[in-house]
Design a protein around this ligand. Structure first.
Ligand SMILES: [Zn+2]
Length: 208
């Protein structure tokens, strides 16, 4: 059983550039020694998916109600979510360092993405054709399927080579470097980028 890190004193930050990376970044500090964790229960996983993944509020509400009725399964899905998060982080962290990811981590992502795909349907709307999950496909694992799919899509896309890990020694966030010359080194310039010892903090230009 892992130690529960302190409660965060700030909101979730979405600096990853992809749902799966933002999910991996719901932990602060390092993954061995987190300073805080935004995911402290099943409701937090649903909250993250709503904020970052476009999970419809009506679906989120039903999932939370279902979790209240079945707390044991909700706790199990939460634990699975944490395991998935660590697998996603480990895979992208390894690739960012030029290392091979572990097969077990890829299998975890693969299983969750496949579970979601098995329940998805192709539908046509004004944006074109896309994957949609029918309401009777709702399961407590639903937020994890979307996250795993995001990871799988990114892993198999040409953008995979643009995933980097923050250059800070006290931060292990992963992010998609969409800068023109692939020069982004920090998860967040105003945070990790600003703590660089070699560069003095930027002067504020005004009171606001
Ligand atoms: Zn960072």
């Amino acid at each position: 059983m892992r130690d529960i890190p302190p409660i965060p004193d700030h909101d979730i930050e979405l600096a990853g550039g992809a749902l799966a990376l933002d999910f991996a970044n719901t932990v602060g500090g390092t993954h061995v020694r987190p300073t805080h964790d935004h995911l402290r229960g099943y409701g937090d996983v649903v909250g993250f998916a709503t904020l970052a993944g476009g999970l419809e509020p009506s679906v989120a509400k039903r999932l939370v109600q279902r979790a209240d009725r079945d707390p044991r399964r909700a706790a199990a899905v939460y634990e699975l979510g944490i395991t998935l998060r660590e697998a996603i982080w480990a895979v992208f962290s390894a690739l960012a360092s030029g290392d091979a990811p572990r097969e077990a981590d890829l299998a975890l992502i693969s299983d969750a993405a496949a579970a979601g795909a098995a329940r998805s349907q192709l539908v046509y709307d004004r944006d074109g054709v896309g994957w949609s999950m029918p309401s009777d496909g709702e399961d407590l694992e639903r937020p994890l399927w979307d996250i795993a799919r995001s990871a799988a899509d990114l892993l198999t896309s040409t953008e995979r080579d643009r995933v980097k890990q923050c250059a800070s020694t006290t931060c292990e966030w992963v992010f998609l470097d969409r800068s023109k010359n692939h020069s982004r080194r920090w998860c967040d310039m105003s945070d990790c980028g600003n703590r660089r010892e070699s560069v003095p903090p930027r002067r504020s230009s005004g009171r606001d």
